[in-house]
Design a protein around this ligand. Sequence first.
Ligand SMILES: [Zn+2]
Length: 160
Amino acid sequence: MFLHWHSGPGVRVPGTAIAADLPRRRPATIPVTHYYDAKRACRKCGRPFLFFAEEQKHWYEALAFPLEADCLECPPCRKDERKLRTLHRQYDALLARADRSEADTLELVKCALQLLESSVFTPKALPQLRALLRPLLADASGPRHAEATALLSRIKGIAA
Ligand SMILES: [Zn+2]
């Protein structure tokens, strides 16, 4: 008998079973002997995707995730999520830098704008971004002036 967790008929894809490596898994209340490719709908964008049997094996065995952990988002949404996390870390690091150069400031504002456009940041962050750009905008002959001006119009676009 093939036993599987939270993927009843209509959810599991027939013919995709791979054996669970039982000794490596944590003791579970649900006995699991096999993983199947499982149909899912992304909670973020609603697109259907497959939570592959191989992926499940990796999650529950190599990564030792609890069996209750389910894959809720499709691969593109998960990729976006990772990208935004990286961007946020980059933003925090640049913000914390005491000896921030003009190039760093531009990078910082660019990170913040992407996070704003992805709704991670709210428009409340806009005045701070304007303040960061102000010194670069003050000197019209400065080497970073053109880039700072372009960022300012992006800020105005969001604020509008
Ligand atoms: Zn999605």
